[in-house]
Design a protein around this ligand. Structure first.
Ligand code: RM4
Ligand code: MN
Length: 387
């Protein structure tokens, strides 16, 4: 790709933000409050819109139900539109209700399963009211002890519950199913890997796709290989980008391993899946526990953008030639050359062309927004996990 083509591809790229990144979060040890933290979904959207304002590529915000429950979703969508953003995926919540202690969609009790399915009917209503087209499920279900429950029956119950949810969707809705190898359950997880997610999606139908959260794999997993397989099947529905050192750390995307992010984005580019109509939603799923949240999101967005720019710069003709000649070192050189390219000037130029400040982080800092919200948002309950 020449520079004009690279810039054209970057201009089309969008990244979706999670509303929960703007609320307080923490670990099981402590949740730290931050001055100016949003107190409701309206304020979360206002903060998310700041990220779009300075990066120009983050025009959608995912909601999480019930954390983002409001009386009037039309009003929330109108607020988003006023801010220049739209509502993205609607995430359901199957992990914060006492009845779900032993499972939700997989529970042995049909009443609990019915309740979990009904929660998705509520999420689909939110989709209709906000114009969202995607329902996202992450299933916390699993067991802690061998023998605790029947692994095979749980899969059958899950398949049946998912069918019921899928049947509730409108024709232009999609269902995306996320996998995670452990936590909160430690012995078995009912959707632990991409294979399980894919099998359930294949059974459901065309509009069911897999979500790949970069934090949800065992250390050492070759995530870009999974990307390739899901793209080959046309079943990669979305990413939840974040970084990890140990488990599901939810750190800023590209912070721990920018090379991995580059390798993932290379496979996206290689399969022509960056296009807005490719069906892959590039989302962040992160928590900012010790850093400021809006700058944390800006950094994440620009990290994904940098990895994408480098991926676009791979000389694919030279790479193919080296690969076909069996020239291992030359092929690796071509790949690494792109990775080592400093794309910051290219991206600064792109932003200027888009009418943005070339340095989004500095421009946001200079705006004084953080000081303003700290002064304005006094009183009320700060939003966080569970609210
Ligand atoms: C899960 C998963 C989901 C997210 C929840 C809060 O680990 O990553 O995507 O919605 O956390
Ligand atoms: Mn996730």
């Amino acid at each position: 790709m020449n520079e004009t083509q690279v810039l054209a591809a970057l201009r089309e790229q969008t990244i979706e933000l999670p509303s929960w990144a703007f609320g307080n979060s923490g670990t099981r040890f402590k949740v730290f409050g931050t001055p100016g933290t949003p107190r409701d979904p309206f304020e979360k959207l206002s903060d998310a819109a700041q990220v779009h304002r300075y990066t120009g590529i983050a025009p959608r915000v995912s909601l999480h139900i019930p954390w983002d429950l409001v009386d009037d979703y039309g009003k929330l969508a109108a607020h988003a539109a006023d801010l220049g953003v739209t509502i993205g995926m609607i995430n359901s919540n199957l992990f914060q209700d006492d009845e779900y202690k032993l499972g939700s969609l997989t529970h042995t009790d049909p009443k609990v399963r019915a309740k979990a399915v009904a929660h998705h009917a509520q999420c689909i209503d939110v989709m209709r009211a906000t114009g969202s087209k995607e329902l996202k499920l992450w299933l916390p279900d699993g067991t802690n002890y061998p023998g605790q429950d029947d692994l095979r029956d749980r899969q059958d119950r899950l398949a049946e519950s998912l069918q019921q949810i899928y049947a509730l969707l409108d024709d232009d809705h999609r269902l995306v199913l996320e996998y995670k190898f452990f936590e909160p359950a430690f012995y078995s997880t009912d959707v632990p890997d991409w294979g399980t997610s894919l099998l359930h999606c294949l059974a459901l139908g065309e509009r069911a796709k897999v979500v790949l959260d970069t934090g949800h794999h065992a250390p050492g997993t070759n995530i870009e290989f999974i990307v390739v397989q899901l793209l080959r099947q046309g079943r990669l529905g979305a990413f939840d980008f974040n970084s990890r050192f140990y488990a599901d750390d939810d750190l800023m995307a590209g912070a721990a391993d920018p090379f991995q992010l580059f390798r993932i984005m290379y496979e996206i580019v290689r399969s022509d899946a960056l296009r807005p109509d490719s069906g892959v939603n590039f989302m962040l799923d992160q928590c900012h526990n010790v850093e400021d949240k809006i700058p944390g999101q800006i950094r994440s967005v620009t990290n994904v953008q940098q990895a994408t720019a480098k991926a676009l710069l791979v000389d694919r003709d030279a790479l193919r030639t080296a690969q076909q000649a069996g020239d291992v070192l030359a092929a690796n050189d071509v790949f690494m050359d792109a990775y080592h390219t400093d794309v910051r000037p290219l991206l600064a130029g792109l932003r200027e062309e888009m009418g943005l400040d070339p340095d989004p982080m500095a421009a946001f800092k200079a705006s004084g927004y953080l000081a303003r919200i700290a002064a304005d948002r006094i009183g009320g309950q700060q939003a966080g996990w569970g609210a």
